[in-house]
Ligand binder design. Structure first.
Ligand SMILES: NC(=O)c1ccc[n+]([C@@H]2O[C@H](COP(=O)([O-])OP(=O)(O)OC[C@H]3O[C@@H](n4cnc5c(N)ncnc54)[C@H](OP(=O)(O)O)[C@@H]3O)[C@@H](O)[C@H]2O)c1
Length: 330
């Protein structure tokens, strides 16, 4: 099949495009910068905002998976928040326009969204998990920083933009993805493992906040599953069925690496740490308890349903890569 991946140069895109190529698919990445990617991946330039020759790649493609958006791993300044919103809404709108104009539109358009769309888990008594049917969209919680509401607003506008596109011949799915864990450098798992290795990966602000996560290989399998399942439309949670509390997430990761001790961090320390990393505390402190209701109902099985298994697999992969790198001649 021909897959077009707008924003396919990032962490998720890298993992997805390599897997798709390995499965024999024809993969085209849309990016703002000309770049050489792996053999088998074609690279086409777009600006993420306006129609151009790139739209010809969408015409006749089988699948579009739009991953474009300014990274959320940054300080939430007004400027960055605006760019986070504009890059997601703008790229989604223009992908929709390209599909609407195509003579031979793709059968399915998978659009990245985020599990952050749901309310902080602590806002509901008993902290029930959010699935697509019973989950509560965020933005109205008490006792959470006001600007967290903006992240929810971005997610809502992102999904609304896809839903508003005029693409009657193309099935649309919004991927409410949790943190995608891959062994690649610079990804979220790389950061978490870095903390664990330094003995810094203890509970943050008590560590009771839920973390929803997904092994990168299950993301790839979920994408292929959603492409194949023509009856599935609308929002779909992409999260492993076993979300964990932050302190357990880090404890398991330390064990998987063979490190016993993890220093606890107060909320204040999390703020300092987040500042040093040039990221925002929402990523560390918001409680996200999201489960894959629709995927499980449709019969999807996870290769890595538990964090214990996923962490062990990812650590082994990182170790393998490092020793292969170390033994490679200069
Ligand atoms: N990683 C996760 O755990 C996770 C979880 C939930 C949702 N998501 C969402 O999934 C998408 C992909 O995630 P990721 O981690 O792969 O992100 P990423 O590494 O930041 O990559 C996103 C890509 O978007 C493109 N981009 C950045 N700014 C842009 C702009 N202003 N206009 C158009 N394109 C722009 C970039 O491609 P070029 O520079 O090549 O143009 C970049 O490679 C993001 O939208 C993210 O919010 C990610």
């Amino acid at each position: 099949m021909k897959y077009v991946l707008p924003g396919g140069t990032g962490q998720v895109g890298g993992h997805l495009r390599r897997a798709l190529v390995a499965s024999g698919h024809d993969v085209v990445v849309l990016s703002r910068h000309p770049e050489t990617l792996e053999p088998g991946v074609r690279h086409v330039v777009w600006d993420g905002r306006t129609l151009g020759p790139w739209a010809g790649e969408v015409d006749g493609a089988d699948v579009v998976v739009n991953l474009a958006g300014r990274t959320v791993s940054c300080r939430y300044t007004d400027r960055n928040l605006r760019q986070m919103m504009d890059s997601r809404v703008g790229s989604t709108r223009v992908v929709g326009e390209a599909i609407a104009r195509a003579a031979d539109p793709p059968a399915v358009w998978l659009q990245m969204s985020t599990a952050t769309i749901y309310a902080d888990a602590r806002s509901r008594p008993g902290e029930p998990a959010h699935d697509e049917a019973t989950g509560v969209i965020g933005g109205e919680e008490h006792d959470v920083p006001l600007y967290w509401e903006y992240s929810v607003r971005i997610a809502r506008r992102w999904e609304e933009t896809q839903a508003a596109a005029s693409t009657p011949r193309t099935r649309r799915v919004a991927l409410r993805a949790a943190m995608v864990m891959t062994p690649d450098r610079g990804g979220v798992f790389d950061y978490l493992l870095g903390f664990a290795r330094l003995g810094l990966g203890g509970p943050v602000a008590g560590g009771r906040q839920w973390v929803s996560w997904l092994h990168g290989d299950d993301l790839v399998r979920a994408v292929e599953f959603l492409v194949a399942h023509e009856e599935i439309e609308g929002p779909v949670n992409l999260a492993a069925p076993g979300p964990v509390r932050q302190r357990d997430l880090m404890r398991t990761l330390r064990r998987a690496w063979g490190r016993r001790v993890g220093l606890p961090a107060t909320r204040f320390m999390a703020e300092v740490g987040a500042f040093a990393l040039r990221t925002d505390t929402e990523l560390l402190l918001k409680s996200r308890r999201v489960v894959p209701g629709r995927l499980l109902d449709a019969g999807f099985t996870f290769t890595h349903p538990t964090w214990e298994g996923a962490a062990a697999d990812l650590v082994a992969d990182v170790r393998r890569r490092r020793s292969a790198g170390a033994s490679r001649p200069e």
